[in-house]
Design a protein around this ligand. Structure first.
Ligand code: NAD
Length: 267
């Protein structure tokens, strides 16, 4: 089996990454940064997001596992004290994987240039470069509303505990193949109206944003931000690709939600 290790880059994560690499090589696993079967991410959720995008083209062949060197992460749920246990589990046991849904983002441009296609593990957000963002929101090809406000966030189920949660979105179990659309400070008064609630769309529905004012937007995909000019439409749907996490012990989603947001002690 071939493996790679990604590090957050701080001293603690680098030392730990080096240890993991040496231990796994001691077990005669091959280090292969380009074509790993398993990627061990050391740092936090941001490091795992980075690893996800680094290996995006081989998601069907690569499984991820995350260790956190800071606070408990959602994807990075192993602690540094457990690395010997983790290394033995990787080297000696045929591990199980669990799969989570992803978000597909497609951006079309007025000038007819090539469409941009992206995958998000957490979410994509769209904000205008200047002033209020005005967008027509179509759902499944039908006009739904005209949105005015700061922006819109479309998240995956596993990303529902990230930015989406801060916007008042629901937490969605990752066994549900769906995407969630959440508003960022919509303008609602007697003249302008949006639904005001987060919407959850199933895998056979699309959500398309069509600019009404100004064709330039800041689009984030997970930790990455890009300026897109001359945008005609941005379409979101549940991707056909999925992300795979290697599981060596049970750590149910709702327990992770509890430990991350309520308390990681019993009671
Ligand atoms: P960062 O360093 O600003 O960290 C963001 C925080 O989000 C970290 O505490 C991380 O552990 C947590 N996080 C990431 N994914 C999560 C998930 N799926 N569930 C629960 N918590 C999660 O940024 P970063 O590390 O580069 O991560 C980028 C992510 O930051 C984005 O994908 C977005 O979800 C999140 N973000 C959140 C807000 C907000 O909550 N207001 C604003 C911007 C970005």
């Amino acid at each position: 089996m071939k493996f790679a290790v990604t590090s957050k880059g701080d001293q603690k994560s680098n030392i730990l990454s080096h240890k993991i690499r040496t231990y796994l090589q001691d077990f005669e696993l091959e280090y292969d940064e380009d074509q790993p079967d398993i990627v061990v991410s050391v740092g936090g959720d941001g490091t795992l997001l980075y690893a996800f995008h680094r290996y995006r083209s081989r998601l069907d062949k690569t499984a991820f596992v995350g260790i956190h060197t800071g606070h408990l992460g959602f994807y990075a749920d192993w602690v540094p004290e457990e690395i010997e246990k983790l290394v033995i589990a990787i080297a000696k046991t045929p591990y199980q994987t669990i799969e989570y849904p992803l978000l597909e983002v497609m951006i079309r441009y007025h000038h007819g240039g090539k469409e941009a296609w992206m995958l998000a593990l957490n979410e994509a957000t769209v904000k205008s470069v200047e002033g209020t963002m005005v967008m027509d929101v179509d759902i499944r090809g039908e006009h739904f509303e005209r949105f005015r406000g700061d922006g819109l966030c479309v998240s995956t189920p596993s990303g529902s505990t990230a930015y989406n949660k801060a916007l008042g979105g629901a937490i969605l179990h990752p066994s549900i193949p769906a995407i969630q659309l959440a508003e960022m400070a919509s303008i609602n008064n007697k003249v302008f109206r949006t639904i005001g609630s987060p919407l959850i769309l199933p895998s056979h529905h699309t959500c398309t944003l069509k600019p009404v004012s100004g064709p330039d937007f800041l689009v984030t995909v997970d930790h990455l931000t890009q300026l897109h000019k001359d945008v005609k439409a941005i379409q979101f749907r549940v991707a056909t690709e999925r992300v795979r996490f290697a599981r060596f012990r049970p750590f149910p989603f709702w327990k992770r939600v509890h430990d991350s947001f309520i308390s990681d002690e019993r009671g």
